[in-house]
Ligand binder design. Structure first.
Ligand code: KG4
Ligand code: ZN
Length: 356
């Protein structure tokens, strides 16, 4: 089965071709960083317009690189939500129109399910069931995953998402947009023990809260600036201390969740999953506590078309071609509303073995 995947939920245009037995055959990614940087954050209308300009050429590029004609596609998967409504509509309209023209199904994909399943694209995919830590710019969730479409959110943030906290603190430190990776880079040279920032809701259930931590960092920055001490090394110490507080908090909740739910595997996904310190800390925790930790390579953690093509392929077998496919675009959409596909889905690795 060949599935073209389209991701346009926020500020990355992602296109990829997934083929059962082969995995991702070709992909393209266009970041809108330069478009939004002057505004310090994503401007929704500019995001939609940029997706419109890039999507067509990128789809043609990916098909050409894979040497696949549109008529050879079996389905077109697209991110149907959650995300920015205008941006979602661009990908949805493109996918629905192309699917209609080709007479194949358009498969709406939940963006977070794309993230959740991304590590199954790697050489050693995690088997179901597993516990997932989803950490992106809009979500921070612990999800108990029994199988495809069988998701139970066991913990989530009560206010800011982890990535959002990274982005906001980066702004306070005058780092360029997008803040998360810039803050992580600055933290490399800092002292994580210099500031004792709070570890919010530590030992209190599986929910998260990051807005108080952000305020504590803001007060520290204000105090150091007022004292004339906000040098570059000091900014690095603040960044490292903040990063340590977030990473420790995430790791602490993962430890509790794995133990209380009794899972043997932890899967990390979403943009913050690209954070080196988080990956190292969770890996050490897994070794200590006796569970396996899986995360996709950093490029599959942040938004991309490959995860949408793959999640779409997992669901495409059960998708039907509609006479006139509608466009599904849901800015708010919980993972718990998803259901398993009507037909059983084989894991990628099994499909690979069969094709050989
Ligand atoms: O999954 P993603 O690409 O987009 C959403 O679905 O939100 O996640 C983006 C988030 C941003 O908040 C970004 O700052 C954060 O992931 N991020 C990082 C790193 N790379 C991306 N945060 C911390 N360290 C990183 N290395
Ligand atoms: Zn994402």
């Amino acid at each position: 089965m060949r599935v073209l995947g389209i991701e346009t939920s926020c500020d990355e245009t992602g296109v990829a071709l997934f083929e059962s037995g082969r995995g991702i055959v070709a992909e393209a990614l266009a970041s809108q960083t330069a478009v939004h940087a002057p505004f310090g954050g994503v401007v929704p209308e500019l995001a939609s317009r940029d997706h419109i300009a890039k999507l067509g050429p990128m789809v043609r590029h990916v098909l050409a690189e894979a040497a696949v004609r549109p008529e050879e596609l079996d389905a077109i998967a697209y991110t149907a939500g959650p995300g920015l409504i205008g941006a979602l509509m661009v990908g949805g309209a493109y996918a629905a129109a192309m699917a209609y023209a080709l007479g194949i199904p358009a498969v709406p994909v939940h963006h977070m399910e794309g993230h959740l399943l991304a590590s199954r694209l790697e050489a050693e995919p995690p088997a179901f069931p597993f516990l997932a830590l989803l950490v992106s710019g809009g979500h921070t969730q612990l999800v108990d995953v029994e199988g495809l479409g069988r998701y139970r959110i066991v913990g989530e943030t009560l206010d800011d998402a982890a990535g959002e906290a990274f982005d906001k603190v980066a702004r306070l430190l005058s780092l360029p947009y997008p803040g998360g990776p810039a803050l992580a880079a600055l933290a490399e040279s800092g002292d994580p023990a210099r500031f004792a920032f709070p570890r919010p809701l530590r030992g209190q259930g599986l929910d998260f809260s990051f807005s108080g931590l952000k305020t504590a960092v803001r007060l520290a920055i204000d105090a150091e600036r007022a004292a004339g001490r906000l040098s570059d090394p000091m900014r690095a110490d603040i960044a490292a201390s903040f990063e340590a507080a977030v990473v420790e908090t995430l790791a602490d909740k993962c430890r509790h969740a794995v133990a209380s739910i009794g899972r043997e595997r932890l899967v990390v996904a979403g943009g913050v999953g690209a954070n080196r310190k988080l990956r190292q800390t969770l890996e050490a925790l897994g070794r200590e506590q006796g569970f396996d930790v899986y995360y996709p390579r950093p490029a599959l953690c942040t938004d991309n078309g490959a995860m949408i093509a793959h999640a779409g392929a997992c669901r495409a077998a059960a998708a039907r071609r509609e006479a006139a496919p509608g466009i599904v675009a849901r800015p708010r959409w919980s993972l718990e509303e998803l259901e398993p596909p009507a037909e059983p889905v084989r894991p990628v690795r099994e499909a690979v073995t069969e094709a050989r």
